[in-house]
Design a protein around this ligand. Structure first.
Ligand code: KIV
Length: 275
């Protein structure tokens, strides 16, 4: 992995070279540092935080204030990855002035780009922001902010809907976005969209032929309770490891085995940290 800072130009070059783009979510400094160290090219402060971080049933309660707070924390954890922040529910729908104000707030907290859900209907907004110098990532297919409109978390682009998705990808690319997240669509359609797109297509539940992949880090690490969708691959079972470690601490504290002599200060101790 090259140590060089990831930029939108670099991502476009990766598509041209057929080099896969990797993206993970992070909502705080700790996970941002870990994702950066692991070599993720993009770290997304996703509005999925409403569900994974706060335990809500969807992303609709997340605000610009929330995204600003989490962006600030993630910014401090990144050295190499491109920091993209989600524009939350309805934050780009009250006129272009309000949109620019909201986007500007997140950029001032350290976002290097923003992600906006929507197809041709959002192309004008994307174009305006790009002209103002703000890199935009599109998000089409299953767009969780439209969950009620879509009738639930369902696969998109089936049957005759493929043409609409292809048109959405085209409109967002023409508006100047630097990449598009394509969520939950049949793999052959995703392959076709990826082949036709001049900009990188980052898939999630969109099969193996996209230019890159994004997953929610909590899913990757086994921190999400309950069953995960089919497209998730769990690379670790951190929930189990964490409960084991916390349980050991609780048990040792109850029994008096912790803290031991080695964790205790004496008259001559001068430093708080182990040296
Ligand atoms: O909010 C989020 O985490 C996302 C990804 C799942 C793409 O939008």
């Amino acid at each position: 992995m090259s140590e060089e800072k990831v930029t939108i130009t670099r991502l476009k070059g990766m598509k041209a070279k057929g080099e896969k783009i990797t993206a993970l979510t992070a909502y705080d400094y700790v996970f941002a540092r870990l994702a950066d160290s692991a070599g993720a090219d993009i770290v997304l402060v996703g509005d999925s935080l409403g569900m994974t971080f706060r335990g809500e049933e969807n992303t609709l309660k997340v605000t610009v204030d929330d995204m600003a707070y989490h962006t600030r924390a993630v910014r401090r954890g990144l050295k190499r990855a491109l920091l993209v922040t989600d524009m939350p529910f309805l934050s780009c729908h009250s006129g272009i002035e309000k949109t620019v104000e909201n986007v500007g707030r997140l950029v001032s907290e350290g976002a290097e780009a923003v992600k906006i859900e929507g197809g041709r209907d959002m192309a004008g907004t994307v174009e305006h922001l790009v002209r103002a110098g703000i890199p935009v990532m599109g998000h089409i297919g299953l767009t969780p902010q439209s969950i009620h409109q879509l009738g639930g978390f369902k696969i998109q682009g089936k049957g005759g809907e493929g043409a609409k998705l292809k048109d959405a990808a085209k409109a967002i690319a023409e508006a100047g976005a630097f990449a598009i997240v394509l969520e939950c669509v049949p793999a052959p359609l995703a392959e076709e969209i990826t082949r036709e797109s001049p900009i990188p297509i980052i898939g999630i539940g969109a099969g193996p032929k996209c230019d890159g992949q994004i997953l929610v880090t909590n899913d990757v690490l086994g921190l999400t309770p309950g069953a995960s969708p089919k497209f998730v691959k769990k690379y670790a079972d951190l929930s189990r490891l964490m409960v084991e470690a916390m349980g050991e601490y609780v048990a040792e504290t109850k029994s008096g085995a912790f803290p031991g002599e080695e964790h205790s200060y004496h008259e001559k101790t001068r430093h708080l940290k182990a040296i």
